[in-house]
Design a protein around this ligand. Structure first.
Ligand code: GDD
Length: 385
């Protein structure tokens, strides 16, 4: 199977879609795939990353959007590589390219969807989804919540569930996060609440900071680490400083990809009380971080936004709360901070759930099967000949 992937979301840039695309690329026909990706911020980091991958990456001069220049670049790469299938890393807006590319290259086009497309459908922008899916042989969805909203608008020949997963060999309960938490200034005997995420309003780091004085009043030895970087980083740093000295809040910044499992293992409880914003367009499609935290055996506190509640088993592997309800966030943190045995039980339950349902092996197999099906169908109908 030869594939060309077209994506604006690709490691080394941080984010869920980047993780998702990178992990599928590693496992689905990597040596017979060419990827058209975005230029990226740090050219040296991008070049070093690309050189390590089993697939060839061609970086566009800027972002990978549905422009004539990107279409020409993809056509050029495809004429040289002769793929059996074209894969789009996100259906919107890249799906706009699908009808013409599919026709010109005589290949079926498959696109992944994430939270944004379902968000568009919820605010009556379903027509954008219809336009972006009309040239697709298949569209993948990441959660029940997303699929329910997308399905009425999707014009692709089929919809298949392909959620993001977690690498259970990298993220496991034996990962030692102690050195990393020491480097953040967190004492060994403190109980640490961790949030590993891009620092953006939807994720709810601001609410964690707001409720922190109350959590600290109940648990004077507790620490809070807001790991990651992003647009609200400065606001969060100011908010943390305003709480006063010795409040146990640390903002360690972005961690390297290799340190991600240790960043999760450093914490005793994971919390990201996400909330839906911007009339429903800014919504959590699923939340890979919840899977990562459960894979290292930590209880996860999730917000009730989009598909996030599907990533955590409420009261079994963590808690699902309304991310706007400060009292509920305090209650969930209090519950897990108070009960070390409960944390261990939830951590074990989370690990086994992730092993059963969320491993990349299972998910990548399903995606590879989907590519086989669409290519076989296209050949049968003569479109791929
Ligand atoms: N290296 C590194 N460093 N990775 C980080 C850091 C950091 O400082 N902070 C966050 N990440 C990683 C997380 O560990 C996770 O793997 C990823 O970035 C974030 O993934 P999500 O929690 O899924 O959030 P998202 O908003 O970027 O992703 C969107 O698409 C996903 C895939 O479809 C959302 O719609 C998610 O809900 C969806 O799961």
């Amino acid at each position: 199977m030869r594939a060309v992937w077209v994506t604006n979301d690709l490691p080394p840039r941080t984010g869920g879609i980047q993780q998702f695309v990178g992990n599928l690329l590693d496992r689905v026909h990597p040596t017979s795939t060419v990827v058209v990706g975005p230029a990226g911020e740090d050219a040296a980091e991008v070049a070093a990353h690309d050189a390590r991958q089993p697939y060839r990456t061609v970086r566009a001069p800027g972002a990978v959007l549905p422009t004539p220049a990107v279409r020409r670049l993809v056509t050029e790469i495809a004429r040289e590589h002769r793929p059996d299938v074209l894969v789009l890393g996100a259906s919107w807006p890249l799906g706009e390219l699908a009808p013409r590319l599919g026709r010109e290259l005589h290949v079926p086009v498959v696109a992944l969807s994430h939270g944004l497309e379902a968000g568009l459908a919820t605010i009556r922008l379903g027509r954008l989804v219809r336009r972006a899916t009309r040239g697709l042989a298949a569209l993948t969805t990441i959660s029940d919540w997303c699929e329910e909203r997308l399905a009425p608008h999707v014009r692709a020949d089929r919809i298949v569930r392909v959620p993001p997963g977690v690498d259970v060999d990298r993220f496991h309960p034996g990962v030692d996060g102690r050195a990393l938490r020491r480097s953040w200034g967190v004492p060994d005997d403190a109980t640490l609440v961790g949030c590993v995420s891009r620092l953006v309003p939807r994720k709810g780091q601001d609410v964690l900071l707001e409720v922190w004085p109350e959590v600290r009043r109940r648990h004077p030895d507790a620490y809070l680490a807001l790991v990651g970087e992003g647009p609200i980083g400065d606001d969060l740093a100011r908010g943390a400083a305003a709480l006063g000295p010795d409040t146990g809040v640390v903002l360690p910044g972005r961690v390297a990809w290799d340190d991600l499992p240790a960043a999760h293992a450093a914490a005793d409880v994971f919390a990201m009380p996400c909330r839906t914003r911007l009339l429903g367009t800014d919504v959590e499609g699923l939340g890979i971080v919840y899977l990562e935290a459960q894979a290292v055996g930590r209880p996860a506190v999730a917000g009730r936004s989009g598909g996030a509640p599907e990533a955590v088993r409420d009261e079994v592997t963590g808690s699902v709360v309304d991310g706007r309800d400060r009292g509920a966030v305090v209650g969930a943190l209090d519950r897990w901070l108070t009960d070390p045995a409960g944390r261990r039980a939830a951590g074990a339950a989370g690990r086994s759930w992730v092993e059963q349902a969320w491993t990349w092996e299972v998910i990548a197999d399903r995606f590879a099967g989907l590519l086989d099906e669409v290519v076989t169908d296209a050949r049968r109908s003569g479109a791929g000949s």
